[in-house]
Write a protein that binds this ligand. Sequence first.
Ligand SMILES: Cc1cc2nc3c(=O)[nH]c(=O)nc-3n(C[C@H](O)[C@H](O)[C@H](O)COP(=O)(O)OP(=O)(O)OC[C@H]3O[C@@H](n4cnc5c(N)ncnc54)[C@H](O)[C@@H]3O)c2cc1C
Length: 315
Amino acid sequence: MNQGALTGSQDVPDHLRELTWKLRSIVGEDNVATDEPMSRHTTFEVGGPADLFVTPDDVDELREAVEACKLANTAFFVLGCGSDLLVSDEGYRGVIIGCTDGLVNVTTDGERIVCQAGVPLREASEMACELGLTGLEFACGIPGSVGGACFMNAGAYDGCVADVLESVWCLLPDGSLRTFSVDEMNMGYRKSRVRDEGLVVLSATFRLREGDQDRIRAKMDDFTRRREEKQPLELPSAGSTFKRPEGHFAGKLITDAGLKGFCVGGAGVSTKHAGFVVNNGGATAADVHAVIEHVQDEVERQFGVRLEPEVRFLG
Ligand SMILES: Cc1cc2nc3c(=O)[nH]c(=O)nc-3n(C[C@H](O)[C@H](O)[C@H](O)COP(=O)(O)OP(=O)(O)OC[C@H]3O[C@@H](n4cnc5c(N)ncnc54)[C@H](O)[C@@H]3O)c2cc1C
């Protein structure tokens, strides 16, 4: 996944030569890879190569890298932990900017925890527990970054990011920086202003409450146990593949449609939890797409409900 050395070859496509040179001058030679397989940076473990893969060390580098892509008229995509992403087998034509190597600072101030965008949400949850702060227990099993969690308004069990967010510091499309209060973030079910307006999250401030550490830990342990029991955590996936349709549960509709275990190539509907499409081994993005489309068509044919993917498609 995001950790570890970049693996791409050092051949640079002609039209990206100048931008590559510029990006190397911003983030350093070692933090720019070419032809980087996205299967290494997504929890599905699927996806072809990104032309360029850049890992800024701090906010200034990230901002300059975004600016350089815009000046070069080259598409860019900000990546967190890749836990809600299906990248095509052809990969991504443009620059992937990874946040989880460099933007990982955390500071605390009383009941507040301030996390840079690349901090794993699970780490924030763990830190809150260690500090005896309650509110982030729901996040203990969500394998995304703080940036991705703000983008998606990630949530589980009894909470979601919007419940504990105080403010988010963002890079705007015009290159300016601005802090939004949670009320200005337009957060709803898997939606946010970050998503609507193409903002880049730089850091987020969570406002928690003092709590009893043993109770916080017990709640996290309970959530973890429930996840381990019900979810196919032993196989690569991007979590719940579909959003919850109003008045229904995606997993139940898929089970009732007789699709548990339905496979195309290496991808299939999990036999443990039908809401998850999993990589059973060697899946391509095309396999995953085919499973998703078949599930959508079949559930619609049988129950008149069109399931909407929660997973984001790229490339
Ligand atoms: C086993 C498993 C269980 C899961 N359980 C849950 C769950 O219980 N609840 C839940 O909500 N989700 C769950 N997920 C899905 C996923 O973890 C969340 O949606 C998470 O918030 C995605 O964060 P990420 O960093 O991985 O984002 P990525 O997959 O890297 O990116 C997702 C989107 O966020 C954007 N993004 C990422 N970082 C930034 C940034 N800094 N600024 C702006 N945009 C950014 C990307 O551009 C992209 O559009 C699960 C996934 C898995 C694999």
